[in-house]
Design a protein around this ligand. Structure first.
Ligand SMILES: C[S@@+](CC[C@H](N)C(=O)[O-])C[C@H]1O[C@@H](n2cnc3c(N)ncnc32)[C@H](O)[C@@H]1O
Length: 419
């Protein structure tokens, strides 16, 4: 593809603004990832493998004509910055060792040649020579198994790895790779790009079969159903919802984010899915999204159960966002108000109450809110006496700032009749 041509001595290829935003998110997420992990003072070493499965040549020219880093440099910069922040901001007795190996995979020889020159130029020659950065040529799908094994060998017990899978399109990451990642590595995370608009625009009987064959994701639809769906004015929305549920249910990750990136000039939405096995990882990613308001949106409405409350994105004919949820201050307020409305009704079913942990875990994948935001909504409802928070002794808790995982949430007795 000519727009991704890297040739040493020639200017690097152009990059769109939304890719820069994606890079900013990746960088900030990685920094937060390390800061969260080292918050335990006893921790003095983090052994992690990062796999950049579609790494590219590592440098671009942005829309203002400036050179900007591609994902391999973004990752390396984030590691350096995290190490610096940990050393300077945290009062650590022992220095922390961030033992990270970066595996960069790309099928293009020219992209990898360029990346090698670039890394040497940016003082990563020694890391390349020591195998701390590895450049692998070929299809990601063919090298996924070896990358998983390498990550497992390096982190046998924790199984710590991050896979950055910035594919072009939607068909280059087979769901079997995702399943293998999560089956083998207990602390694996995947950040997956998925050009949903490209798939949906061209979806028909032939390419649905091609998509299912390439990815192993069963869309759960027959060609006749697609035809039927396309007759409805909201067909894009239905199709996205259906594909999203197929992908997230088949990849076997426990936690995922429903966020997508909306390029500034109209169409070409893509998903930036974060798949993980631990709620904390998902929470750190959700928090990072809130820090990048205006560029990210989330499918569905504020509050919980985004699918049942409506899966809104676009007016079909014009490709304009109808009322997409962004991560702005307004969205935060709407989110809070929606939760205040929804929570009492949600506790209605749980006659004996639910612990904060149970409540949050049931809902985490259905909301753009972070754990802190959910906690704030619950505390506000407690303050207004619309719900009760009980301690382990069964007595009403005085918690005003934080909830413990085992605090029990329930409706006050008289509140039970209100729904
Ligand atoms: C969107 S660019 C990469 C961008 C890079 N992640 C970044 O953010 O700077 C996509 C890259 O994927 C590579 N590629 C395409 N298909 C691939 C495949 N099946 N396996 C590995 N690399 C592939 C292309 O050669 C290209 O360099």
């Amino acid at each position: 593809m000519s727009h991704y041509a890297w040739r040493w001595g020639s200017p690097p290829p152009p990059v769109k603004r939304h890719s820069e935003v994606k890079h900013a998110l990746l960088r900030n997420y990685l920094i937060q990832y390390f800061l969260t992990l080292v918050s335990m003072p006893s921790q003095d070493r983090i052994k992690l493998t990062i796999v950049d499965g579609f790494c590219g040549g590592g440098l671009y020219i942005n829309e203002s004509g400036q050179e900007v880093p591609g994902s391999p440099l973004v990752i390396l910069d984030a590691i350096r910055e995290a190490a610096f922040l940990i050393q300077t901001k945290q009062d650590r007795r022992k220095p922390i060792d961030l033992d990270v190996e970066l595996i960069c995979i790309d099928k293009s020889k020219s992209a990898l040649d360029y990346l090698k020159r670039l890394l040497e130029d940016r003082n990563y020659g020694a890391a390349l020579a020591a195998g701390k950065i590895q450049l692998v040529r070929g299809d990601f799908a063919d090298h996924c198994g070896a990358a998983i094994q390498r990550a497992k060998d390096r982190s046998k017990i924790a199984g710590r790895a991050i896979f950055v899978l910035d594919q072009y399109g939607y068909a280059r990451v087979p769901v079997t790779c995702l399943r293998d990642i999560f089956a083998t590595l207990g602390h694996a995370e995947v950040i997956l790009t998925f050009y949903i608009d490209a798939l949906i625009s061209y979806l028909n009987e032939a390419n649905l079969a091609g998509f299912e064959q390439a990815t192993g994701i069963r869309g759960g639809m027959t060609a006749a159903e697609i035809d039927d769906m396309k007759k409805s004015p909201k067909w894009r929305v239905h199709l996205q919802s259906s594909l999203y549920q197929s992908l997230t249910s088949q990849c076997s990750a426990k936690f995922y984010t429903p966020f997508f990136v909306r390029p500034e000039r109209g169409h070409g939405d893509f998903w930036l899915l974060h798949l993980s096995q631990h709620w904390k990882a998902r929470d750190v990613m959700a928090t990072t999204h809130w820090e990048h308001s205006n560029h990210f949106a989330h499918y569905g409405r504020a509050g919980f159960h985004m699918f049942s409350t409506g899966y809104i994105t676009k007016i079909d004919s014009t490709d304009q966002l109808q009322s997409g949820f962004d991560f702005s201050d307004v969205a935060a307020t709407v989110s809070q108000d929606t939760m205040l409305e929804q929570i009492p009704a949600m506790l209605f079913e749980a006659t004996d109450g639910l612990t904060f942990e149970q409540f949050f875990m049931q809902l985490i994948n259905t909301t753009p809110a972070t754990r802190t935001m959910v906690e704030e909504a619950l505390l506000a409802l407690n303050e207004r006496k619309e719900i009760q928070v009980l301690g382990l002794d069964g007595e009403e808790s005085r918690a005003r700032v934080h909830l413990k995982a085992d605090h029990v949430l329930r409706l006050p007795k008289q509140g039970r009749f209100n729904f």
